[in-house]
Design a protein around this ligand. Structure first.
Ligand code: KIV
Ligand code: ZN
Length: 387
């Protein structure tokens, strides 16, 4: 059975850019969009055109350079938003308007001061209006994670009848458990008339650290699009990390899913986005963190030196990292030291290794990490004495 293709919808330039302090100008956004297209994402959410003239200009500029990926603009279920999104997407080869409204009880009552009936009406009008401008209309049910499933299915069905081609089910507050989110997607698959003719999309936030798990659970239960950002950047604790979902699907062949993303570009695009947006990547970040392929404890180093797979489930080259690294610390053993010494030109006998190891531990206790320069110094001082 051939693998089912999961669409990767990147929202680095819209939801991702909502991170405080990481505003990009149009030139920078166009460059990010070009790299996302080269990476192989299916949809680029370029911005929220009504939000500012600058964002409108960026979406329009991206729409005129991106050729293969769908270019999407966000709008609320508000006439002016939708018309502005449509204008900004005029030059797009494959335009999509992403429109929607809050559907949970708290969004309806407190944020929108409305009623479920009126919310359904607004959703339907918004989709129908967007449909007058573009064929591809995505409907989002904001806070779907905390929305009653029956009501969610009802409003989604109405959106499909009004012409929606994609149904986005955001866990806006990052609240759901993976089983719960997966069950929600399954419920929609089974209870929304016409759902088989549209794309069902996940859009998960990471407030409880479960955005990736929830997105994968959604896919296992029938979603065929994942919305995500590079490095998982986004509001509060961020969005689903693109690099994580892509690699989960790649590393688990039993899921029978694939994406169009060239994983070998992940490390480079992660660095580019981090530097351009001035949002550092935490060192232990899965896939793209500085320590994702670094081994520092003696037991692990010994295993990795004997066979990489003992402590690594991904070949670093698969994500664009040249090799795994053996970091020398006071927790490292003789195997790691001998390995590193050999890499920098010292083939040590057992006795020489014993001598060097003692000095190495002294240096390691004094410093956090022992670098190649320290090893050269130890070799110069200690091996000279020993010979
Ligand atoms: O998290 C969310 O609900 C969103 C929507 C606007 C799609 O970002
Ligand atoms: Zn979001």
């Amino acid at each position: 059975m051939s693998n089912q293709k999961i669409q990767i919808f990147d929202t680095t330039l819209r939801d991702g850019e909502q991170v405080p302090g990481c505003k990009l100008n149009t030139k920078e956004k166009v460059e990010v969009a070009k790299r996302l297209e080269a990476l192989g994402v299916d949809v680029i959410e370029a911005g929220f055109p009504i939000s500012s003239p600058g964002d409108f200009e960026s979406v329009a500029a991206i729409a005129s350079v991106v050729r293969d990926a769908v270019v999407c603009g966000l709008s609320r279920a508000v006439e002016k938003d939708i018309i502005t999104a449509a204008e900004s997407l005029q030059k797009a080869v494959r335009p999509r308007i992403h429109t929607g409204i809050g559907t949970s009880e708290s969004h309806i009552r407190f944020k929108l001061n409305s009623t479920p009936e009126k919310i359904v009406e607004r959703a339907v009008s918004a989709v129908a209006l967007a449909k007058r401008y573009v064929e591809d209309v995505e409907f989002y049910a904001e806070d779907a994670g905390r929305t009653d499933n029956e009501f969610l299915a009802f409003i989604c069905e109405k959106a499909v009848q009004a012409g929606a081609t994609v149904l986005n089910i955001p866990d806006t507050t990052g609240y759901c458990l993976p089983e719960e989110y997966g069950a929600k997607i399954k419920f929609l698959k089974e209870n929304v008339k016409g759902v088989h003719n549209v794309t069902l999309s996940t859009h998960c936030h990471n407030d409880l650290g479960m955005a990736t798990a929830n997105s994968i659970s959604g896919v296992i239960n029938g979603a065929t699009q994942i919305e995500c950002t590079i490095n998982g950047i986004g509001e509060r604790a961020g969005n689903t990390a693109l690099e994580e979902v892509v690699m989960v699907l790649k590393q688990h062949p039993l899921l029978n899913k694939t994406t169009g993303v060239d994983s070998r570009q992940l490390n480079a695009i992660s660095k580019y986005v981090s530097e351009t947006m001035r949002v550092p990547v935490q060192p232990n970040k899965a896939i793209v963190g500085a320590n994702a392929f670094a081994h520092s404890s003696g037991i692990h180093q010994d295993g990795v030196i004997k066979k990489r797979e003992t402590y690594e489930i991904i070949d670093p080259k698969e994500v664009g990292v040249d090799h795994s690294s053996i970091v020398l610390t006071a927790r490292s053993g003789r195997a790691a030291l001998a390995y590193r010494m050999k890499n920098i030109g010292y083939e040590l006998t057992r006795d020489e290794l014993d001598i060097v190891y003692k000095s190495f531990l002294d240096t390691a206790d004094a410093k956090k990490e022992v670098l190649d320069d320290d090893l050269h110094e130890i070799a110069a001082n200690r091996l000279k004495v020993a010979v």
